[in-house]
Design a protein around this ligand. Structure first.
Ligand code: NAD
Length: 428
């Protein structure tokens, strides 16, 4: 198959169909869950800094809200498509269900490239997105959050626009807000830390001492940076990271055999997680092609950049030393590559379990915002550890008992919970 033509929504549906078959779901439940319940596609007119008007295309897809209000990020990306947003909204449904939080699945996006936008132009896109969607989102309806190339600042602009429209404070509308403006301590760390809580449990199960392990990571953005930090704090060593180079329009790997230093790299990393390769070379990093992260002789691989990265054309390049893959990104592995990983007996922590720390902490943020009472950081991260660890253990126990690949076990648990909620509500 041509990797570039991979449709993430077709992939999400194929994964669902496979699980639905094994779960023996009835026809109506299958029909309901393999499609989003609602979709919005709209135009956002923006007056650019040079005085011209430009129209951006925005999306919100609400896959399923049987277990609670929709929850999911808003991505800014030049290659955003409705099918990517559909797939991600479906994965959000499973993600909230697998960690057992009372929320459904949504996702949003805008086709734009923040690299080429001023801060004022980005603000106008955020406000325009809310003007289009204000009637169809809300604390009890659908709660957005930051995602690829959106940040706490974007969330605050969006919240502000919403509060102007409705004339009242509504901090529960949106999560990922700045701390002090309704945000939760620990949210920035949550996804990356959550990945490592599950990595810690997986290595325990594999009987591998973390202190003896090395890792290679794709991406150096929010998820990757905090995953690297916690993994190194508990004794692991990251020898390679990769990221996107905006000038060269391709990705590079940055390798240091003695272990990369995230603080050092951050000194020459832009706000999009792009590392300056000249400065990295000066600091003693070996500069490799973008695909090199996958080929390192490490114990652990963490894809934490984008979807569709481990494919049939590169899965064979994974070194024989790799024991564990923790999917920090959403949908980084294509289904045919997945089969090869399973056949090789590599333990895989699937995306919607591994990276559920973000949405779990977003849920904590929403709870705090609705109470208007905020917890200490240790309390947030402690609660996150408990949630992630118990979700991991439930999935791995089912995988062991039924001799399932971890992704399949996670799907069975998540889809069963959502299907049950639809049935209990009388929808199916
Ligand atoms: P980010 O924008 O902060 O960072 C993305 C990183 O990936 C950057 O370092 C960028 O240079 C790199 N990158 C982009 N294209 C690349 C390529 N072709 N090759 C190598 N590197 C590339 O994004 P993030 O918030 O860290 O999210 C990363 C992934 O994790 C996405 O799939 C996102 O959907 C998922 N995710 C994020 C969160 C969250 O809380 N941030 C939660 C769950 C899932």
């Amino acid at each position: 198959m041509d990797d570039k033509s991979y449709n993430p929504f077709a992939m999400a549906q194929a994964q669902f169909d496979k699980a639905a078959e094994v779960l023996n779901l009835d026809a109506a439940t299958r029909q309901l869950l393999r499609q989003p319940m609602r979709e919005y596609q709209f135009s956002i007119p923006v007056r650019m800094d040079d005085g011209t008007a430009k129209i951006f295309r925005g999306f919100r897809v609400q896959h399923n809200d049987a277990r609670g209000p929709g929850k999911g990020g808003i991505r800014f990306h030049p290659q955003e498509t409705i099918d990517t947003v559909r797939a991600l909204s479906m994965w959000m449904t499973w993600k909230c269900a697998v960690v057992d939080i009372p929320l459904g699945g949504s996702k949003g996006g805008v086709i734009c490239d923040p690299h080429n936008l001023s801060s004022r132009e980005e603000e106008q896109i955020c406000r325009g997105w809310i003007r289009q969607m204000a009637k169809f989102i809300g604390a009890q309806v659908d709660v957005p959050a930051p995602d690829v190339m959106t940040s706490a600042q974007h969330m605050l602009w969006m919240l502000d626009e919403y509060e102007v429209i409705y004339g009242q404070k509504s901090p529960g509308l949106i999560t990922g807000k700045p701390v002090g403006m309704g945000g939760s301590l620990g949210r920035t760390e949550a996804t990356g830390y959550g990945v490592i809580f599950t990595v810690r449990e997986a290595f325990k199960e594999l009987g591998v001492e973390i202190k003896q392990t090395t890792a290679s990571v794709q991406g150096f953005g929010n998820v990757a940076q905090f995953a690297i930090r916690l993994y190194q704090q508990i004794g692991g060593k990251v020898i390679c990271v990769s990221c996107w180079d905006q000038n060269d329009q391709k990705s590079y790997g940055f390798k240091k055999e003695s272990g990369i230093d995230p603080d050092e790299l951050l000194k020459f990393t832009d706000r999009f997680g792009g590392i300056n390769k000249d400065k990295a070379r000066e600091a003693g990093y070996e500069i490799l092609p973008g695909s090199a992260w996958l080929e390192q002789p490490v114990d652990l691989l963490i894809p934490a950049a984008l979807e569709n990265q481990i494919t049939v054309s590169n899965v064979e390049h994974i070194a024989t030393s790799v024991k564990l893959i923790a999917e920090g990104a959403n949908g980084p592995t294509t289904p045919d590559a997945d089969q090869k990983i399973a056949a090789r007996g590599i333990f895989l922590i699937p995306d919607f379990l591994a990276n559920a720390g973000g949405v779990t902490c977003s849920y904590f943020e929403q709870v705090q915002s609705n109470m208007n009472y905020y917890w200490e950081k240790d309390e947030v991260l402690g609660k996150l550890d408990v949630k992630m660890t118990s979700a991991f253990q439930a999935v791995s126990e089912l995988a062991r008992k039924r001799k399932l690949f971890m992704r399949d076990a996670a799907y069975y648990i998540a889809i069963s919970r959502v299907a049950q909620a639809c049935k209990d509500r009388g929808w199916t």
